[in-house]
Design a protein around this ligand. Structure first.
Ligand code: ADP
Length: 171
């Protein structure tokens, strides 16, 4: 039976921190599904299709990785795709409490699943989607922080939202 892992998240947008976790997970599991959560309580900057396109572009070289999206409970999605492992990334202890709670709750809802935590690489521990949006919004450089293949897409989208961010591009 294939060992399928699901890496759920918002990915608004994807960063090198996410990509690092995806690459490392793809070397451990038979298949990794990067699952974008459709969360009606959040107002994302990037649409589901844009986030999917960015993740697909960034992971094009990883043959056992595919990108999908889901809404509702993660455990229901896990059942639908016959996956037993949830992959999550941990940066600082501040991530831990929330992640620990979610892992326990998911286990309570579906006892067959395991959550596997991967620690961030030292060069990515300060990276988050919010930080990327903030830097790009103020015209800062995001080179080396997001996958090169989607860097310009991210900058152009955020610049296009100038009304919201009041940003200018610095080259
Ligand atoms: P969520 O809203 O579910 O936290 P994110 O897109 O922010 O979605 O993050 C998805 C997953 O990626 C989470 O497990 C998060 O801890 C992890 N992650 C985010 N940034 C990094 C990073 N720089 N290094 C390692 N893991 C990360």
């Amino acid at each position: 039976m294939k060992n399928i892992a699901v890496y759920p998240g918002s990915f608004d947008p994807c960063t090198n921190g996410h990509l690092d976790i995806i690459e490392r997970a793809s070397s451990i599991f038979d298949e990794v599904i990067v699952a974008i959560l459709i969360n009606s309580k959040k107002t994302p900057v990037f649409s589901i299709d844009e986030r999917k396109m960015m993740l697909e572009t960034a992971t094009a070289g990883l043959s056992n990785v595919r990108v999908d999206f889901f809404d509702g409970l993660l455990v229901n999605y896990m059942k639908k795709v016959s996956a037993k492992v949830v992959v999550r990334g941990l940066r600082a202890t501040s991530d831990f409490e929330y992640e620990f709670q979610m892992a326990l709750m998911n286990k309570k809802l579906y006892c067959d699943i395991e959550t596997v935590f991967m620690t961030t690489s030292s060069e990515n521990f300060f990276l988050s989607s919010s930080v990327i949006k903030e830097i790009a919004g103020y015209g800062g450089k995001i080179d080396g922080l997001v996958p090169p293949s989607v860097k310009d897409f991210i900058i152009n989208k955020i610049i296009a939202q100038e009304g919201d961010y009041g940003c200018t591009r610095i080259d």
